[in-house]
Ligand binder design. Structure first.
Ligand code: ATP
Ligand code: MG
Length: 424
C-alpha cells in the first residue's frame, strides 16, 4: 500500500433493493457528491444496486479497478439481505473475522436500552482482514475503511444521518490528507424569461473560449423550472486567482445576457425579490387565482419575510375575486376572469386592502382543460400595482403541465416585481 498516493477520482455505489423501487430514492450520493466536490475529488460515476451479492461484487470490482476511491452506502445491517461487507471482502480476497471489541460495543448499545443483542447482530462485528472500523455512535452498523494499492474503499451505513456524521468526522479528514491540492471552484448565473437555446446562443461564444484558457472553465447549461442556469466550474491550486477568474467570466456572461439575469450568487428568485423589498422597506400583497397560493408560499419561504410580506388571498372563483379583492363583477363579465383588467383589479384591490406598497394580481388558465382559441392553456395575466402609482400588466404564454405552468406564473410575477423594484 502507498499511503501517500493521492485520491483524485471516485465512484459511489448505493446498495439497497428499496432504492430500485418506486418509493425510495438514493439521496446519499447527492450528499457525497457535494462533499467530494468540496475536496476536489472528481466523481466519475455512481450506481444503485439491489441487495444482491453477485451484482454488487461485479459493480464494486469494476469501480475499484477504475477509481482511486469507491464509497459504498447501505447494506451494512445485521440481516441476510445486508451483503455489502461480504461482497467487498469477496472481491478483495479478504477473510472476515469477528472483532471482539465490536461485539462488545454492539452489545453495550443494546444493553443501554435495556435490550439483549439479537444473535444476528454479531454479523455487524465481522471485519475484513486489515480493515479499519469506523465507529457509529448514531446506529448499530459500523463503517469500514479499506486501504490498499493506493486505493480506498469506504463502506458507510445507509441511514443519511449516520452516513453524514461518519463521513464528516472520520472519512473527510483522511481524504483531505490524501487529495491533490487542487480545489474545485464554482460560480453560477440564473436567468429567467429566456429559453435555453436563446441563452446558449449568447453564452456559447464566450464560454467556448474559456475551455482552453490558462485556467480552463467548464460551463454547463441547465433548464430548471422557471429559469435557465449556467454553472461554471474550474479546478485550481490557487485559492486567490481561481475565484477571481471565475467571477470575471460570470460577470461577462451577465453583461451579455442582460436584464434576464436575476442571480449571480446562487440565490433564488424569492430571495432576490425579498432582499430588494427589505432594502427599500416596502411590503407586498398578493391576490392569486390560478397559482393557488404558490406565490405567497414562495415569498414566505424566506426567513424574515414577515418584514415585507403583508399577506394576500387565493381568489380562485369569481365570487372570491369580488369578495376578497374587490374586483368589480362587471369587469369579470365584460373581459373574462383571465384578462389584464381583472389582473389589474386584483393587484389594486389587495394592495388597497392591505395598504401595501406593491400589489400583485395573477389570473390564468393552468389547464389541462379550460383553454380556448383566444386564451389557450398557459395564458396568464399578471399585474403589478405600485410602488406609488406605477403599474405593469402583462399577459404571458407559459408551457408545460399544470404544476409547471403554476410555477412559471409565479416566477414571471416575481420577475416583474424584481424589474419594477430595480427601476425604482
Ligand atoms: P442499518 O444497520 O441501519 O440497517 P444499513 O447500512 O444496512 O444500516 P440499510 O438497511 O441499507 O442501511 O438502509 C437503512 C435505511 O437508510 C433505509 O431504509 C433507507 O431509508 C436509508 N438509506 C439507505 N440507503 C440510502 C441512500 N442511498 N439514500 C438515502 N437513504 C438511504
Ligand atoms: Mg438495506
Amino acid at each position: 500500500m502507498d499511503p501517500g498516493a493521492s485520491i483524485r477520482t471516485a465512484q459511489i455505489i448505493a446498495v439497497g433493493s428499496e432504492l430500485l423501487g418506486t418509493v425510495r430514492v438514493d439521496t446519499n450520493s447527492l450528499y457525497l457528491a457535494g462533499r467530494l466536490g468540496g475536496l476536489g475529488i472528481e466523481l466519475r460515476a455512481k450506481s444503485v444496486v439491489g441487495d444482491s451479492r453477485d451484482e454488487l461484487a461485479r459493480l464494486f470490482r469494476d469501480a475499484y479497478g477504475r477509481a482511486d476511491l469507491v464509497i459504498l452506502t447501505g447494506g451494512l445491517g445485521p440481516t441476510d439481505d445486508d451483503v455489502t461487507r461480504d461482497a467487498v471482502a469477496d472481491v478483495l480476497g479478504l477473510e472476515l473475522r469477528e472483532d471482539p471489541a465490536l461485539v462488545e460495543q454492539i452489545e453495550a448499545r443494546f444493553a443501554s436500552r435495556g435490550l439483549r443483542m439479537p444473535a444476528v447482530n454479531r454479523k455487524q462485528a465481522l471485519v475484513p482482514a486489515g480493515a479499519e472500523v469506523l465507529p457509529n455512535p448514531l446506529g448499530s452498523a459500523p463503517g469500514l475503511l479499506l486501504a490498499g494499492g493506493g486505493k480506498l474503499a469506504v463502506l458507510l451505513p445507509g441511514p443519511p444521518r449516520e452516513l453524514q456524521a461518519m463521513f464528516e468526522r472520520l472519512v473527510e479528514p483522511r481524504l483531505r490528507a490524501r487529495t491533490a491540492r487542487a480545489g474545485l471552484y464554482r460560480a453560477s448565473l440564473y436567468i429567467t424569461g429566456q429559453s435555453e437555446s436563446h441563452v446558449e446562443e449568447i453564452a456559447q461564444p464566450l464560454y467556448s473560449k474559456w475551455r482552453t484558457a490558462a485556467l480552463p472553465i467548464e460551463t454547463t447549461i441547465l433548464a430548471a423550472p422557471g429559469q435557465i442556469e449556467l454553472h461554471l466550474c474550474a479546478r485550481s491550486e490557487d485559492p486567490d486567482s481561481a475565484p477571481r477568474v471565475l467571477a470575471e467570466a460570470r460577470d461577462q456572461l451577465a453583461r451579455a445576457l442582460g436584464a434576464g439575469v436575476f442571480s449571480i450568487d446562487g440565490r433564488t428568485m424569492e430571495e432576490v425579490v425579498g432582499e430588494l423589498l427589505r432594502e427599500r422597506a416596502m411590503t407586498i400583497a398578493v391576490a392569486e387565482s390560478c397559482t393557488g397560493g404558490l406565490l405567497q408560499s414562495r415569498l414566505t419561504d424566506i426567513p424574515g419575510s414577515s418584514a415585507w410580506v403583508a399577506g394576500g388571498v387565493v381568489a380562485y372563483s369569481n365570487a372570491a375575486k369580488v369578495l376578497f379583492a374587490g374586483v368589480p363583477p362587471g369587469l369579470i363579465e365584460h373581459h373574462g376572469a383571465v384578462s389584464e383588467p381583472v389582473a389589474s383589479a386584483l393587484a389594486d384591490g389587495i394592495r388597497a386592502r392591505l395598504e401595501s406598497n406593491i400589489g400583485v394580481g395573477i389570473t390564468g388558465v393552468a389547464g389541462p382543460s379550460g383553454g380556448s382559441a383566444a386564451k389557450p392553456v398557459g395564458t396568464v395575466a399578471i399585474a403589478i400595482a405600485g410602488p406609488e402609482d406605477s403599474r405593469l400588466v402583462r399577459t404571458v404564454r407559459l408551457y408545460g403541465g399544470r404544476t409547471q405552468i403554476k410555477f412559471s406564473a409565479t416566477q414571471a410575477a416575481l420577475d416583474m416585481v424584481r424589474r419594477r423594484l430595480l427601476a425604482q
